[in-house]
Write a protein of this length. Structure first.
Length: 121
């Protein structure tokens, strides 16, 4: 059997708000609450399972998207007034990077995670 990532738990102060945020930016649906989790399903049925926690270390989550999804997601970020950066250290505000012949940007989610959308790896 091939090894595939099935899910990862994403810590949040408000699991519903965090799940709704990333689903809204990426144009996805929020799944039904399942026990302590609020899932958002990505490609290949991989889920981000948002779970309430009081204390956690912010993480980095990168989403490989096509150009159409990038344009839509980046547009939603701008429409909502969400700060973006071209780099993971947040030294290049309001910019898009063009690494590897694609485009990418970083943005915070409500829990303080460093989210990224990119079109090439």
């Amino acid at each position: 059997m091939a090894i595939e990532l099935n899910h990862t738990i994403v810590s949040a102060h408000d699991k519903h708000a965090s799940a709704a945020f990333i689903a809204g930016i990426l144009g996805l649906e929020v799944g039904a609450e399942n026990g302590p989790f609020v899932p958002v399903t990505l490609a290949n049925n991989v889920t981000l399972d948002f779970m309430n926690r009081e204390d956690f270390t912010p993480q980095h989550y990168a989403f490989l998207v096509d150009d159409e999804v990038f344009d839509a997601a980046h547009g939603r970020l701008l429409e909502r007034g969400i700060q973006t950066w071209a780099d993971p250290d947040h030294n290049e505000p309001d910019s898009i990077n063009t690494r590897w012949g694609g485009r990418g940007c970083y943005f915070p989610d409500p829990a303080g995670h460093n989210m990224e959308i990119l079109t090439r790896v």
